[in-house]
Ligand binder design. Sequence first.
Ligand code: FES
Length: 288
Amino acid sequence: MWDYTEKVMDFFLHPRNVGEIKDADGVGEVGNIVCGDAMKLYLKIAPDGKTIVDAKFQTFGCASAIASASALTEMLKGKTLEDAAKLTNQDIADFLGDLPEEKMHCSVMGSEAFQAALKDLAKKRPDLNVPVPTTPEEGEDRVVCQCFNVTEAEIRNVVKTNHLTTVEQVTYYTKAGGGCGGCKDDIQKILDDILGKKSGDGGEAAPKPLTNLQKIALIQDVFDSIIRPGLKADGGDAELIDINGDQVVVKLTGKCAGCASALQTLKHWVEAKLREKVSAAINVVEQK
Ligand code: FES
């Protein structure tokens, strides 16, 4: 059984905005029932041409897919197209008070359904000046994961938006790599490209591994120069309590202490930054 927040359970058991909008202005459909998850999102735009007055969804998926779609429609209603276009999958997870990392692909499916609905809206209503998502760079629309039909552009987008550093995380966020596994080397190459590493034979020699002292000093430095200033900007703070191999013990303080999104802050900000700057093996745990 997954460890869902109360809000996820509420939005799953009492889903908001389920159904179809017959005269929708924009419709976005993503996923594939054969692969296990699919979502269709309907948007209705106000006569002012700027505000989303209604949003409904139909989905074939698990509890977190239903909760994510339900949350997304609640977030969209009443927003201007301009503001709504800035929403990311992380905003959906935040709204729900976090999703298990293994289920983040449900939030990604929600944001992709919305992007598809925006594209459809732009096509049907060229008069509206819809903020259309950028089209993939040449060649990035190739399918990397045949099992789940995931393109390179989708992987790149999710890695950048969510600061992912490992193939396992890419699988959690997109499902790519979660079937036969034949695409994992390709996903690693995309990650290496984004993170600025060399991969494969013939690349530059791997950097010398850090000594324990170097690793501790680097973690402290990243903690003081990047992580704490980021938390302080939102009224929070954190203390570095201990470092034991790759395990980093952190205590959240200020507004972050006891916050409903504490786990998410630890994983998606503190851990993600340490993985990016120090080592992909870092695991951050909270001291309450
Ligand atoms: S091709 Fe990606 S898991 Fe099979």
